[in-house]
Design a protein around this ligand. Structure first.
Ligand SMILES: Nc1nc2c(ncn2[C@@H]2O[C@H](COP(=O)(O)OP(=O)(O)O)[C@@H](O)[C@H]2O)c(=O)[nH]1
Ligand SMILES: [Mg+2]
Length: 214
């Protein structure tokens, strides 16, 4: 008997937040497993693919978009928002102003993707910085609740705290909503795409899986 599926769901996730909150570091830690304190921010956009397994027969292919938070890159960010169903919205717990800007990021994204849905995970980043902390965990939790987000998580890329949990929590939230029929899929929207189950057999069938989403 042939084994069913490798990838049958494809999910776009965009990482947003002010400059220097740690977006690129988080994506790098999650996909490459390392942290480099001195690495440079990318100009514009970076892109990674990561497969996630929840059930033995369901693989979710994540398309992960890193963005630069600077004003001049906003127009680039927009096209990636349009191809995403999930957003990791980050602030730096040691920089109060980055927390204060979360509401406007959130509203801006919703306005832009309308009428398509977007599901958010709020990340209070750099939680290793206990001494310089300017935002309490309870404030992050309250804001995520107020904005109807999937969850709030405190993350440290540097100390590798809650890194994979962040991606898993958001993806699982989206997956569960999808199973409940709360996320529509449409041909003209690529945030969440469903591919027909395929047979895991040869390199050829694997190749066709990639093209399965149209
Ligand atoms: N203390 C601490 N610093 C971090 C952490 N993650 C990233 N940084 C630092 O924050 C700065 C900005 O990170 P970067 O990923 O370029 O932020 P981006 O502009 O949002 O992409 C860099 O100096 C990183 O070394 C973390 O978890 N803890
Ligand atoms: Mg960056």
């Amino acid at each position: 008997m042939q084994e069913t599926i490798p990838w049958n769901l494809r999910c776009g996730i965009v990482i947003l937040g002010d400059s220097a909150v740690g977006k690129s570091s988080l994506l790098h830690r999650f996909t490459e497993g390392t942290f480099d304190e001195y690495s440079q921010s990318p100009l514009g956009i970076d892109f990674k693919v990561h497969n996630m397994n929840f059930d033995p027969d369901v693989v979710i292919k994540l398309l992960l978009w890193d963005t630069a938070g600077q004003e001049r890159f906003r127009s680039i960010c927009k096209s990636y928002m349009r191809n995403s169903v999930g957003c990791i919205l980050m602030f730096d717990v040691s920089q109060r102003q980055t927390f204060d800007r979360v509401c406007s990021w959130h509203q801006e994204v919703l306005d832009y993707v309308k009428p398509n849905p977007m599901f958010f995970l709020l990340v209070g980043h750099k939680c290793d910085l206990a001494v310089g902390r300017q935002v309490r965990k309870s404030e992050g939790e309250a804001l995520a609740k107020k904005l109807n987000m999937v969850a709030y998580l405190e993350v440290s890329t540097k100390e590798n705290i809650n890194v994979s949990e962040a991606f898993e929590t958001l993806t699982r939230g989206i997956y569960n909503l999808f199973l409940k029929g709360k996320i529509p899929t449409r041909n003209d929207w690529h945030g969440l795409a469903v591919g027909a189950p395929i047979k895991k057999e040869t390199p050829e069938t694997k190749k066709s899986a990639c093209c399965n989403y149209g």
